[in-house]
Design a protein around this ligand. Structure first.
Ligand code: B12
Ligand code: SF4
Length: 543
């Protein structure tokens, strides 16, 4: 869906605004919760009147830095606060460079996870006036007050205060009606994580803190009454405090009858799914609930090495239950490239996960996030990471560079073929019998050798490629393959003609398609809504 990015032309300077809070989101559909938290606390922690002097301004990566700067300067701010994340640090560095060249008098304040660690090693931090590390809800308003009214702050790097959550004003009233209608709404019932997985920034938190539940639920209700239907919980572990999880699930379940288009996404740890939760989960209708289940690795040795505590047997049971007894969409995450993991041990874990049949396997490659304790393995396992964002692993002592490249292509093709959901039947043929990982790696290697591409495959082209691979390379008889691919193709609703199916997509089929066009028109608006839903689901799962 091509939704317009927030066009600069719509940015009208707020009367009396002296502070601009800005960030570059990964896509338009992602609304920044972090900035809204800061905005909501301007008065409470910066003093009366500061909220009215602050304007929120969101951009999207890919927009030219000069345009962004032009728009920021047109707002005539005295202070610009920028939210810095792994996905925007490169582009925002250029924005700050331009701002400092054009208007060195404007105070630039940075914050966000990317600049909360290794501050002295980053060009963007060198260019800025101030960097707030960690939480910004209290420290940003205070800093702005000082920058505007004095006395001028002396410290460049400020450790963000971390108050009890009850001292924060909740940010949800800051979502506009445009946000409610067109974007994924991020919400948080808790912050922090008690677990210590070393690749993850949240491992530094050491504990989790819950927002006071009555107040939080009242905000969810207000959002819902204003028309919000797509909620993504950013809680690191939704199923930590089961009483709270139950109440939150019940809240959304109660609204399903009058609003069947409600969609809620949660991140869960896989080995804790008590019966109270299962009973509720089982009642959610199709398409309304999505779980992101972090597995990361099934290898006990690797799990222990990276301090990830996970009961693999319980994990498998719970996944089986979710897939078999609920209608929730289940996305399971795996990470390739962890220290000590080999291609073979990863393949074993992949096959184990695949046999549990989650709806999607999100195949990630290890990244060395700034500040994460995974660096303690760098020397022992010869971990070589790309120095450019997103700092992806290039090779280590158990996986050489060439193999890493192979697996990265696998991940890309997996997204295109398996996670696209367009090849249900074809995948049945492709991934069996034996090792699903082995079969898909063979397809991946073959696709790369024969096309040299990992992007820009038209669906029709992909159907033809699969046909060729399954018949010529795998030796499966063409009648079986065509039956599977034809079923997939027709289920997809696509209208082109892959070569291998051309003879079967006969005039009669085409007439059938034409006859359906009237109904199609009628269904178009439903399809648009569905498109938004699918995009929401995909976007929600992308973190
Ligand atoms: C939503 C999300 C996304 C969205 C993008 C959202 C957007 N706005 O565009 C999507 C799904 C696209 C995404 C993708 C990825 N993400 Co992500 N994502 C998140 C998530 C789940 C929620 C962010 C959030 O809203 N948090 C809640 C708010 C309140 O916290 P906050 O944003 O940190 O803001 C606070 C402070 O940072 C600070 N602050 C923020 N802005 C500012 C500005 C100023 C001026 C100041 C002073 C302070 C300040 O104050 C805020 C309030 O205390 C976090 C995990 C998490 N739960 O935080 C990961 C997280 C941000 N993502 C992470 C990562 C690694 C990724 C990926 C690389 C994952 C991958 N695929 O491998 C990709 C990168 C995408 C890309 N294109 O390159 C890491 C970030 C590491 C980093 N250094 O930035 C996180 C922290 C996860 C983790 N635990 O490791 N992600
Ligand atoms: S991977 Fe998940 S469980 Fe582990 S520290 Fe990060 S948020 Fe917590």
């Amino acid at each position: 869906m091509n939704r317009p990015a927030p066009l600069p032309a719509t940015l009208v300077p707020l009367d009396g605004a002296r502070i601009v809070l800005a960030t570059l989101n990964a896509k338009y559909i992602h609304a920044s919760l972090g900035l809204r938290c800061l905005l909501a606390n301007m008065d409470k922690h910066g003093g009366a009147g500061l909220r009215a002097q602050t304007q929120l301004c969101e951009f999207v990566i890919g927009q030219p830095a000069t345009r962004i700067v032009e728009e920021l300067l047109a707002l005539q701010p005295e202070v610009i606060g920028l939210g810095i994340y792994i996905w925007n640090v490169v582009e925002t560095t250029q924005v700050v460079r331009l701002l400092k060249t054009l208007r060195p008098d404007i105070k630039i304040v940075l914050g966000g996870p990317e600049v909360s660690h290794e501050v002295d090693q980053q060009e963007i931090c060198r260019l800025a006036d101030h960097v707030v590390t960690g939480w910004g809800d209290v420290s940003f308003p205070k800093l702005c007050r000082a920058l505007i009214d004095g006395p001028q702050p002396l410290m460049k790097v400020i450790a963000g205060e971390q108050p009890a959550l009850g001292e924060l004003t909740l940010p949800y009233a800051e979502y506009t009606s445009e946000d409610l209608g067109q974007r994924l709404l991020y919400v948080e019932a808790s912050r922090g994580c008690p677990f210590k997985c070393e690749f993850c920034l949240s491992s530094l938190d050491k504990t989790a803190w819950a927002f006071e539940l009555d107040g939080f639920m009242a905000e969810m209700d207000a959002l819902y009454r204003r028309g919000a239907r797509n909620f993504k919980f950013v809680d690191r572990t939704f199923n930590l405090k089961i009483d709270n999880s139950v109440r939150i699930l019940q809240f959304f379940l109660d609204r399903m009858a009058e609003a069947p288009d409600v969609f809620v996404h949660f991140e869960v740890v896989p080995d804790s799914l008590p019966d109270r939760l299962k009973e509720l989960i089982a009642q959610f209708p199709d398409g309304s609930l999505q779980f992101e289940v972090g597995i990361q690795s099934f290898n006990p040795e690797v799990q222990q090495r990276i301090s990830r505590k996970q009961d693999n047997a319980k994990t498998a049971d719970n996944l089986r239950w979710l897939v078999g007894h609920s209608r929730a969409h289940v996305h399971a995450d795996l990470i390739f490239g962890l220290p000590g993991e080999t291609l073979e041990s990863f393949a074993e874990g992949f096959d184990r996960l695949h046999s549990l049949a989650p709806h999607e396997i999100q195949f990630g490659v290890l990244k060395r996030l700034r500040g994460t304790p995974i660096t303690r393995h760098t020397a022992e396992f010869a971990m070589a990471y790309d120095p450019q964002t997103p700092y992806t692993i290039l090779q280590n002592s158990t996986v050489d560079f060439a193999t890493m490249q192979r697996v990265k292509r696998f991940a890309r093709y997996w997204e295109m073929v398996a996670n696209s959901g367009r090849f249900a039947q074809g995948l049945q043929l492709l991934l069996t019998p034996g090792s699903a990982f082995g079969h898909f790696l063979a397809l991946s290697d073959w696709l790369w050798q024969t096309t040299g591409k990992t992007h820009e495959f038209a669906f029709e082209k992909l159907v033809d490629r699969l046909f060729e691979h399954l018949t010529r390379v795998r030796g499966i008889d063409s009648v079986t393959v065509i039956a599977a691919l034809l079923a997939d193709y027709q289920a997809s609703g696509a209208r082109g003609r892959p070569q291998c199916l051309a003879a079967l997509l006969t005039g009669a089929d085409q007439r059938g398609l034409q006859g359906k066009r009237g109904a199609d028109r009628q269904a178009r608006h439903l399809a648009q809504q569905h498109g938004l839903r699918v995009e929401m689901q995909k976007a929600a799962a992308a973190a």
